[in-house]
Design a protein around this ligand. Structure first.
Ligand SMILES: *Cc1c(COP(=O)(O)O)cnc(C)c1O
Length: 399
């Protein structure tokens, strides 16, 4: 399958790379181009005055319906959606936000923007997310907000966290970026906790080139967020504090609407790719695919593997070999956030499980441009690496 006979055929050691162009974990998913153009044309042809009903509002309606929620508020991106939700939900006068450390790399920065102190929480080895028990250990008299983040494959135990928030009378914000299509115990993601946040960055399931949104059933929160995203200006011209310019624009909404229409087809393509990986990776020792929980609705988007004790190379060496072959695999949320130096304060207790898990996973190429032949080549490269591990390690480290 791959034309590599010995390790000198690896690109790291002078051979030709397996792919001429990179195979990556985040490809620009392409919805139907005509649908995007038609929506885009309508923006200009309607001769709308600025401030008239827009494609963004249509998108918000469709997304609220998609998630079974009363409200959806769109933003320029997920970052500012999260920041404004944190600002609105945090208990006044309190300072700490309980959040996982093994998570999206900008998460602590977002909290710092709204002057909350990240209090890092241990995760559950089974879900890779925080749960009611680990979060409870981080709650104290300074807690302002709980932030649950769904991991890349499947969901964290969100019903337990909802109960914990209620018992402690604390607000709960959910980052559900990676679970936009999923259900939890059969219930559509979108209405757990006080609000849920999503991204429409080009690398995510619903591609708006850029963009984000929050779903909620709380009318007061929705209204406040709508004001804050447009510089905090009220209808009568007065302003509320902390307004910023974080509206979404109609061209991004046009793309997102086209993506939404394409979603079932995209998920089906993802499922086929996932099945192909699953089938072929079964024969590579030491590489275990994280399985989607098929009792739920799933997007099958991300291909995450765990390198077990049987895998004979370090993750860093494995990634180095893969990258030279233009297989752009990535470490999964590594380093964990509490391991990074920051200019703002953070709180971290014992996070030994997080630290150990942060070393073990990687994401393999997926998305629109990774076809069946590619997955077969990637898996046979992994098998080749496995079979030549000792030689590869020696060669890499004598240089
Ligand atoms: C991408 C991502 C975000 C941020 O979304 P942007 O729209 O890129 O700002 C937040 N949380 C998670 C888990 C993400 O993967």
């Amino acid at each position: 399958m791959i034309h590599k006979k010995n390790i000198s055929d690896l690109a790291n050691f002078g051979g030709t790379a397996l792919f001429a162009t990179p195979r990556s974990t985040s490809n620009l998913v392409r919805p139907d181009v005509e649908t995007f153009l038609l929506h885009s044309k309508s923006i200009l042809e309607q001769r709308r005055r600025i401030g008239a009903p827009s494609l963004v509002e249509q998108l918000e309606r469709e997304l609220a319906e998609f998630h079974n929620t009363t409200f959806c508020v769109a933003f320029s991106n997920g970052f500012w959606g999260l920041a404004l939700a944190m600002k609105c939900l945090a208990v006044p006068g309190k300072t700490e936000i309980v959040m996982p450390s093994l998570t999206y790399r900008r998460m602590a920065d977002i909290a710092a923007w709204v002057k909350l102190v990240p209090h890092y929480c241990e995760i559950d080895a089974h879900t890779l997310g925080i749960n009611a028990e680990t979060a409870a250990r981080c709650i104290n008299e300074n807690t302002a907000l709980l932030l649950a983040v769904h991991p890349i494959v499947n969901c964290c135990e969100i019903d337990g966290l909802v109960g914990l928030a209620e018992r402690n009378n604390l607000p709960l914000l959910v980052d559900a970026v990676e679970s936009v299509y999923e259900t939890y115990k059969g219930k559509k993601i979108g209405s757990f906790g006080n609000a849920e946040c999503f991204s429409m960055h080009a690398s995510k399931l619903i591609n708006g080139f850029e963009g984000g949104y929050l779903t909620t059933n709380d009318p007061d929160l929705a209204e406040k967020l709508i004001k804050m995203r447009s510089m905090g200006v009220l209808e009568d011209g007065r302003t509320i504090p902390h307004g910023i310019d974080a509206t979404m624009n109609d061209v991004h909404a046009a793309m997102a609407l086209a993506s939404l229409l394409d979603l079932p087809a995209q998920v089906e393509r993802n499922r086929m790719r996932y099945e192909a990986y699953k089938h072929m990776l079964g024969s590579v020792p030491g590489i275990n695919l994280l399985a989607f929980d098929e009792r739920e609705q799933c997007s099958y988007k991300n291909i995450v593997v765990r390198l077990s004790a049987e895998w004979p190379l370090s993750r860093a060496d494995t990634l180095s070999i893969l990258h030279s072959e233009r297989v752009i695999a990535r470490p999964y949320y590594s380093p964990a956030l509490h391991m990074k130096r920051t200019t703002y304060p953070t709180i971290a207790g014992d996070l030994s499980l997080t630290e150990s898990l942060a070393e073990q996973f990687m994401l393999l190429p997926c998305g629109y441009f990774v076809d069946d032949d590619d997955t077969a080549l990637i898996v046979s490269l992994l098998r080749f690496i496995h079979d030549h591990a000792d030689q590869i390690t020696r060669q890499l480290h004598q240089k």
